[in-house]
Ligand binder design. Structure first.
Ligand code: ADP
Length: 257
């Protein structure tokens, strides 16, 4: 099968500060990839390189056989980034209509609002929304072009329990539709159940790629401790906070909120 994303020896620095080093991986069509790592590991930078919003100084990146940012790629791509720029004094409904107009073929905005339980927010101005509400709207915008490939950066941050549940329900539907998704998190429970494969970035290096079970084996120990209130996992199952630790070195790989 031809890989949908090919990354070879990708490196990136902000000035003198190296952020990604020798990152090589592929993503097959229909895979859900959990890109995990502590804050500052380089996840957002890698997504921005994949999107073409940062220029690639070193290494190779291909999506659908094209370079990042190529117009042939954009038509198949949806993205939900952190700190997405939003237009003030535009309602949620108008914003989604504007986004839909960018695509030759898009999902029906009213239907999408309804599916994502956003109809009640339709006439609300974007700049009056809470952080979690805004994340839900930017998720809708990422989906509006019915993309084959989705990049989601810490998508559930700020969402309340119900919104998270709706989000993971949609993720399951996307998986069933054969969509390819790269989803980042510094918080493992949010993606461990839905991801086919985990990519673990540590200090800008890809130190692990494989299924979650292999991550557990490699790091020998997954510590689960309970907190109140318990966070919601992808499929509504409640779990404690998960930290994967490398037993011998006592190295903490994934920190939690
Ligand atoms: P993550 O998404 O894993 O939290 P980032 O890709 O956001 O990691 O950041 C990786 C590193 O790059 C961090 O050390 C961060 O401080 C730094 N960084 C991120 N954006 C910039 C920027 N625009 N200018 C300089 N340094 C940055």
């Amino acid at each position: 099968m031809t890989a949908l994303i090919k990354a070879r020896h990708v490196a990136f620095s902000y000035g003198q500060h190296p952020v990604l080093t020798d990152v090589t991986f592929t993503v097959q069509p229909g895979e859900i990839i959990g890109l995990i790592g502590e804050n500052g590991a380089g996840k957002t930078t890698l997504l921005n390189l994949l999107l073409g919003t940062l220029p690639l100084p070193s290494g190779q990146l291909q999506l659908f056989g094209h370079g990042p940012g190529d117009s042939a790629v954009k038509a198949h791509l949806g993205a939900m980034l952190q700190g997405d720029v939003v237009l003030p004094n535009v309602t949620v409904g108008e914003y989604l209509q504007l986004a839909a107009a960018q695509f030759a073929q898009s999902l029906e905005p009213q239907r999408l609002l309804s599916d994502l339980q956003l109809t009640a927010l339709k006439h609300r101005a974007l700049n009056g929304l809470s952080g979690g509400q805004l994340r839900r709207v930017t998720f809708a915008v990422a989906l509006i072009g019915n993309p084959d490939l989705l990049f989601l950066d810490e998508p559930t941050v700020g969402m309340d329990t119900n919104a998270q549940r709706a989000f993971w329900q949609r993720m399951r539907a996307l998986r069933d539709q054969g969509k390819t998704v790269v989803i980042t998190s510094h918080y493992l429970p949010t993606i461990q159940d839905v991801a086919d494969r985990i990519l673990l970035l540590q200090g800008g290096r890809l130190v692990f790629q494989g299924p979650f079970e292999a991550l557990q084996q490699r790091y020998q120990r997954v510590v689960i401790t309970c907190q109140t209130p318990l966070p919601v996992t992808p499929f509504g199952r409640l779990a404690g906070v998960v930290t994967a630790t490398k037993q011998a070195a006592g190295l903490q790989l994934i920190t939690t909120d």
